[in-house]
Structures are given as C-alpha cells and as structure tokens.
Design a protein around this ligand. Structure first.
Ligand code: FUB
Ligand code: ZN
Length: 677
C-alpha cells in the first residue's frame, strides 16, 4: 500500500448522475422500490411474505415507553432459547411479540440508507417526513443502555449478546450505522446518528481488548466497515478501534463462538458442545483473518468481512492485514467468481464452494453476495488503484447486482442462477432455492433493500478521490465537483458504446491528476488528453497530470467487441461451452428470444465476425441484443432413451442474447449463460 494512492469515494452530494443507464435504475428505485419497500416493511403488500419489521419497532417502542412510565417495570425474561428462525406468522400478529428473522431490524436500516441516497439527489419532503417519523419510532424503541435490537428488547434483555454467532445484534448495529451516517450526510439530521452512536458506545463498553470486556465479534460481519464509516463521519477514533478489534479478534484462540456456545449450553442445562473449530469457517472465524488463505463460508458474511479488513488495513496502514485482503481477493477471482460477477456457488450455507465449483443451474450467487463483492472491490481500490478491482466491481454491479431486481422494480431475485429450466425448478427439490421468476418479497428480505442502497449510491463506486487525483473507475455519466473545487463533466455512452469524455471546468488553472480505469474487457483502448498534460499508464489506470485549463477534455475510446469467453478447464460445468460478453455485460440466451430447449443450441465460434449488435425493448426499456450465428440440434419426435451414437443433426439458427441483468422480465422461461460451442 502506498498512502499517496489512497482515495475515498466522492461525496454523492457533489455528483449529479446524468448517465442514462444508472439514472434510470436510480429513478426506478426512487419511484418504485423505496415506496414499495416501505409498504413491505409495514406488511401492506398483498401476496408478499409479511416482514413485521416496523411491527417489531412499534412493539419495542411501546415496551420502552411502559418501562419509562413504571418505576417497578419488569423487563421480559428471555423467551426463546438457542437459535431459531421465528415463524412467519401471516395471521394477526400479537402487538407485543417479535416476529420475523432475528435480523429483521436491518431491513428498515437498509431502507433508510436507500432513502437517504435518493434524498441526496432528489429532495422529497414527503419521503423525508416518513423517514423522520420512522426514526422517531426507532429511537423510542432504543433501550436506555443504548442497546437497539428489537429481538432481545422484546424477548428479554437478559440474554442480549449471548449468541453473537447467530443472533445478528452486531449486524443490526452495522446496518443502523450505515443508515444513520447516510441519512445525516443527506439531510444534516442527526437523530438516527445519535442512536447509532449510543448503540456503538454500548457495544464498545461491552467488547474490546481491555480487561473485563468480552472478546466477541459479529457472527455476521458488517459492523467492521460500518464502524469505520462512523469513525470517518464523526472523527471519533474509538469506532475505528472497535472495528479493528472485531477484525483482529475474529478466529483468535480461544474461539469466542465456542466459548459462547459452551456458556449457552451451560445456562440451558445442555451438554457442552464439542470443539469443532472448523465449523466456524462458515463465519470466517475458524482462524485469525491474517491466516486465512481461501474465501470460505457464507459469501455475504465473507464479502462484508473482507471489506472491513480492507478499510481497517488502509486506515491503520496495516500491510499484513492488506496482504491477507489481497490473498483472499486473488483466490476469489482465480477460483470462485462466476462470469456474471456472482459469488457463493452453493445453497448449503449460502456459501463459497470448493475451488472451481461453479455450478450454473444450482448456483446460489446471492444478490447480496455480489453487492458484498462490489463493496470489497471498491475498498481495495481505495487502498490501491488497480484495474482488476475495478473490473470485478463493474462485473458484479452491471450483472448480478442488477439482475436481482426486475426492470420495473417490483420483484426481486435472491438467487441468481446462470441456467434455468423452469420445469426443473418446479419438479426438482435440489433446485428449490432457484426461482425462475422474481418474487415480490421474501421472508428473509436481505437482498431487495441492499440493491436499493447500492443502486442509490452507485456514483460512489464510479469515482474516488484524494487531494491530488480523481479516479474514474466506472464510466458513469455525471457532473461532479472534486474536493479542490474543480468541476468535471463525464459524458458517457457506456455501457452501450465505448466512448466517454471528461471535461474540466475551472476558473483558475491548477495542477491535478485525472485517472481513468482501462477496462480489462477492452482490447484497444485510447485515451486522448489535452496538449501539455502528461500521460502515464500504471496498474490498469491511465493518469493525466498537469495544469488543467477550463474546457480541457480527455476523450476515452473503449471499443467494445463481442467476445466469446471460455472458463478455466477446471470448471467442470463449463467445459465445451462459451459465454458471450460485450463491454461490462455478460449476455444470456432466453426462451423468449430463442424458443425452448436452450441446451440444444450451439454458438458458431468460427462465425463470430458476423455477430451483430442491435437492441430490443424489454419491460418498456431499450436493452441491447446480440445476434450470433449458431446451430440448434434437432429433436427426434419420440426417439428411444438411448441408441447408437451418431453426430447430431443441426440446423443453422441466429442466437439472440440479451444482457444477464435483463433476463426474466418477460414471464417464466428458460435461460442460460454458458452455451455449447
Ligand atoms: O443473515 C442476514 C442475511 O440473510 C444474509 O446476509 C443473507 O445471506 C441472508 O441469510
Ligand atoms: Zn440477500
């Protein structure tokens, strides 16, 4: 790590996204997703699994009000023992009871965060009033210690923090902090920030390296990176220290989760569990993070942890920790990344599978895991600008993150397969997790609000800056003001055409560097800057440094070829097949364009030169469509199951590919990314 390369995302209040692609998603989030999710959090979406999220805050606020008004108030004694997924009760909830998953509070925090980003670019008094009112409710639910998790407030505080491994209290803290900082930065209002600081302070009083404090850390990471964000927003070093403690303590010996499991067993009169440290790899807690060599376990947890590690490594200039980040990054990219930017190949534990196990039809590839990968990538970029981080961030954001949401913003994917046969999804229990169409909501609704918050803050992935340099990682059309007051306009025809131009607006010429990512997908990039401005290329970025004058431009030409990509032959699933990419997009075949039985299709790899790019309209939106020459094997009307081998009879066809993010917007049908060649 070289400190002079460090950068931070540009404040999204200093950016106006003009990019037609991203602006349209942000508008969908603003117009559809944020209001829809508010209804969902309040259990008002017909046909959707109830959330009970706001119900829980209301119940906890009522309980806290009773507590304040009655001097002899007895807090509830813990009502549930051990780990349980609470019933998704679709009847009439009892007003004082907690419903939903233990982390249900986090859905509200993610919604506030998304609302905050939307308010930053699009003030909306009505939305802000709704958020303020809900924040009042959440603050009323906060325990007088500062603790804020409705599951334990309602079920009994005597067992708070006794199951960090599975009960998500520190995960909810993390999301509370992310929301509170975003809302404060968007509106200047600090009520939620105050609640977040009080909860963080309470956690800080209970956990840490000091004698007498517990040596615990989150069972589901996110608090690490959130505490770093809180430190950056408040300047309070204790939050950075707590985030660092959580990172450093993870997996240390004696293993906290084992200690905790045994204490819980003793309290509940159960036999002590045996020592199975390896099982904590699901939580990335089987060994200290600096010793971890392979991305393992639950993929969202892992991505959030690695993001926190990268943050802490940069801010504390911890080379050893950053080396671990690099190692984990390399391992993911080398062995565990889908061509769609998804990660976490197996449904078992929503987890990373073993190296090169990247199944297409049973893929898990949770939307949140792709979001977590984008978080990790951006933090690696903040520490060292290298094109490969930007390439993966772009891949995740333009493909699996966006495929998590329907183009109309009204339904969502949790799981993002690379091959779907709806008949199999309906008949095969092994594919129970794979839905051929997006769902209106989920009992475990982590993904939809996560999409809303990353789409709303997409500009902070596109540009980062430091005192001397503005980095363009994604070519997202925007008008922005750099920290030194320099005005910049990025016009961009990406992701559809490889052309962009950055124009400088300044009253006073001055020295500055503009750095641009050279996308890995581009074979012949050209960067044309003004005379007198020096140009160098390093680690996948082109740097223009010099005295900029008003009106100076850098023109960026990134020809987008239609490419046929093959997988490493160790990926057994993809052998003999190719995937089509063009620019940042991975493409797929859909039944709606190509008919059923997509497994019979074959791309003509020798005729790629006659591939054509066009467009089609899906869900009222213009989407690119690639036409490639190929073949379709004929299906004998009713042949026997087996017969003597004979070369397949094939007919020439034109195969029509659409970007992966746009699949499943035309009803139920087959889809596949990898196609025979
Ligand atoms: O545990 C909280 C969230 O629910 C995780 O991030 C998702 O993978 C889902 O399990
Ligand atoms: Zn999710």
């Amino acid at each position: 790590m070289d400190k002079k390369n460090f950068s931070r995302p540009i404040d999204i209040k200093n950016i106006k996204v003009t990019d037609s692609f991203w602006h349209s998603f942000q508008e969908t989030v603003r117009r559809e997703v944020i209001p829809y999710q508010w209804e969902a959090l309040n259990d008002r979406v017909e046909g959707a699994a109830p959330s009970f999220c706001m119900h829980n805050f209301r119940a906890a606020a009522r309980l806290m009000a009773e507590k304040k008004s009655q001097p002899d108030f007895q807090e509830p004694a813990y009502a549930y023992r051990g780990f349980e997924t609470l019933p998704q009760d679709s009847g009439h909830p009892e007003p004082d009871k907690f419903y939903g998953f233990v982390f249900q509070d986090s859905d509200f925090y993610k919604w506030v965060e998304a609302a905050a980003y939307s308010l930053s670019s699009h003030p909306d008094k009505e939305l802000e009033a709704t958020v303020d009112e809900a924040i009042d409710l959440v603050c009323a639910a906060q325990h007088d210690t500062g603790y804020l998790d409705t599951y334990y407030i309602l079920n009994g505080m005597d067992c708070a923090f006794t199951n960090l491994k599975d009960h998500h209290e520190l995960y909810c803290l993390g999301h509370l902090v992310e929301a509170a900082v975003a809302y404060y930065q968007a509106t200047g209002k600090d009520k939620l920030l105050g609640a977040a600081c009080r909860y963080a302070d309470y956690v800080d009083s209970r956990f840490g390296p000091e004698p007498g404090k517990r040596k615990g850390y989150p069972g589901h990471e996110i608090a690490e990176m959130a505490l770093v964000r809180l430190y950056q927003a408040t300047g309070e070093e204790k939050y950075l220290k707590l985030g660092k403690f959580f990172v450093d303590e993870r997996g240390a010996s004696p293993n906290y989760f084992l200690v905790e499991d045994r204490e819980r067993a003793a309290r509940e009169g159960r036999p002590a569990p045996g020592e199975d440290i390896a099982s904590y790899s699901y939580y990335q807690a089987d060994r200290p993070v600096r010793e971890q060599e392979e991305a393992v376990g639950h993929a969202v947890r892992a991505g959030y942890l690695y993001s926190g590690m990268a943050d802490v490594a940069r801010l504390t200039q911890d080379e050893e920790l950053f080396t671990a980040c690099r190692r984990l990054w390399d391992e993911i990219v080398r062995e565990k990344l889908y061509i769609t930017g998804g990660v976490g190949g197996t449904v078992h534990g929503e987890a990373f599978s073993y190296p090169f196990d990247l199944p297409n039809d049973t893929a898990y590839s949770e939307t949140c895991a792709a979001i977590a990968l984008a978080f990790f990538a951006r933090r690696m970029l903040e520490a060292e600008p290298k094109g490969e981080y930007g390439d993966v961030m772009e891949l995740a954001m333009y493909n699996t993150v966006l495929s998590g949401m329907a183009l109309d913003g009204r339904s969502f994917f949790y799981v993002n397969p690379l091959e779907v046969n709806p008949a199999a999804c309906h008949a095969d229990a092994r594919l129970r997790h794979v839905k051929p169409v997006r769902q209106p909501w989920f009992g475990c609704a982590c993904c939809p609000p996560n999409i809303a918050r990353i789409v709303g803050s997409a500009a902070s992935y596109a540009f980062t800056e430091n005192e001397s340099t503005l980095f363009t990682h994604l070519y997202m059309g925007a008008e922005l003001t750099a920290r030194n007051g320099l005005g910049l306009t990025l016009e961009s025809r990406l992701p559809w055409e490889g052309w962009a131009r950055m124009t400088v607006h300044t009253a006073r010429p001055g020295g500055y560097t503009l750095a641009f990512r050279v996308p890995g997908w581009c074979r012949a990039p050209r960067f044309i800057g003004p005379e007198g401005i020096g140009q160098i290329q390093k680690d996948g970025y082109v740097y223009f440094t010099g005295e900029w004058k008003d009106g100076d431009t850098v023109t960026i030409e990134l020809p987008m070829d239609i490419r046929l990509m093959g997988a490493n032959p160790r990926v057994r699933e993809d052998i003999g097949q190719a995937a089509v990419t063009c620019g940042p997009f991975c493409y797929c075949l859909e039944q709606a364009d190509n008919g059923p039985d997509l497994h019979l299709c074959r791309v003509d790899a020798n005729a790629l030169g006659s591939a054509r790019a066009g467009e089609t309209i899906i869900s009222g939106q213009s989407v690119s469509m690639l036409e490639l020459p190929g073949f379709r094997q004929e299906l004998a009307p009713a042949g026997p199951l087996y017969g003597e081998y004979a070369p397949a009879k094939e007919s020439p066809v034109t195969l029509r590919f659409i970007p992966y993010y746009a699949w499943a917007n035309r009803g139920e049908g087959e889809m596949r990314v990898w196609v025979r060649v």
